[in-house]
Design a protein around this ligand. Structure first.
Ligand code: ADP
Ligand code: 5GP
Length: 221
């Protein structure tokens, strides 16, 4: 019987997975990502660098590394970014080193990036990427959420809404689509995806040794 908290007696080594989450701005991906990160200690956030202005609620080094355009160009040109893109008039990029360290240690990483970044990671690491696109239940609700978040100016909200349609057009490029109507249900869907993807055979090289040991075990009579 499943007993919460009981340690697993069988540890089977596996590769880390790269969980890529995209959505039009305001659909709720950061909110869902936060819940996943709080409740799953094997998952860590890839902290992007950006040239965007910091929002009042954001913390340097936790949500983003906020840099000037010169520093961004230096990182990009020295190949320190695994992927990068211009989104809503600002530059964003994923620092390479943290991802490579996490993958080597078999840890899972979550990427809150747009469709351009998702495409680049899918091309570079097709075996490791699991991609999820979050849709809002309606465009009216998307607009309401951007206003309720109350962290961007009216002009920034207008740009993001105008861009949301072209972002949604990319939904077919993702492995999973989750409609974020009820927040808890959307969170449970993402949690299920992560759990199932961790069990995939091709992500668990340790299975070879495990099954070999299982088949050579002497029966207890
Ligand atoms: P994104 O990261 O996709 O831009 P956020 O996670 O910042 O979006 O969410 C935008 C706003 O919508 C926030 O104020 C958040 O609390 C709210 N929100 C997220 N999911 C839901 C939901 N299912 N129902 C109602 N409000 C939500
Ligand atoms: P925001 O300004 O709302 O934090 O993010 C705007 C958009 O940029 C979102 O779609 C977010 O997922 C995307 N984004 C954030 N960091 C990165 C990144 O490192 N690379 C790419 N390609 N997109 C990013």
């Amino acid at each position: 019987m499943y007993e919460p908290g009981r340690p697993n007696l069988v540890e089977i080594s596996r590769r880390g997975l790269m969980l890529v989450i995209s959505s039009p701005s305001g659909a709720g991906k950061s909110t869902i990502a936060r819940s996943l990160l709080e409740n799953d200690k094997n998952l860590s956030l890839s902290v992007s660098v950006t040239t965007r202005q910091r929002r009042p609620s954001e913390i340097e080094g936790v949500h983003y590394r906020f840099v000037g355009i010169r520093e961004f160009e230096r990182l990009r040109d020295s190949d320190a970014l695994l992927e990068w893109a211009e989104v809503h008039g600002n530059f964003y990029g994923t620092p390479r080193e943290a991802v490579e360290d996490a993958m080597a240690a078999g840890r899972d990483m979550l990427f809150d990036i747009d469709w351009q970044g998702a495409q680049q990671l899918q091309e570079k690491m097709p075996a490791d990427v699991v991609s999820i696109f979050i849709l809002p239940p309606t465009m009216t609700e998307l607009q309401a959420r951007l206003h309720r978040r109350a962290e961007d100016t009216e002009q920034v909200i207008a740009t993001r809404l105008a861009n949301s349609r072209s972002e949604i057009e990319h939904w077919r490029e993702y492995d999973y689509i989750v409609v974020n109507d009820d927040l808890n249900r959307a969170y449970m869907s993402l949690k299920s995806i992560v759990e199932a993807e961790r069990l995939r055979r091709d992500r668990r090289p340790g299975l070879y040794d495990f099954v070999t040991r299982l088949l050579t075990e002497k029966p207890v009579l």
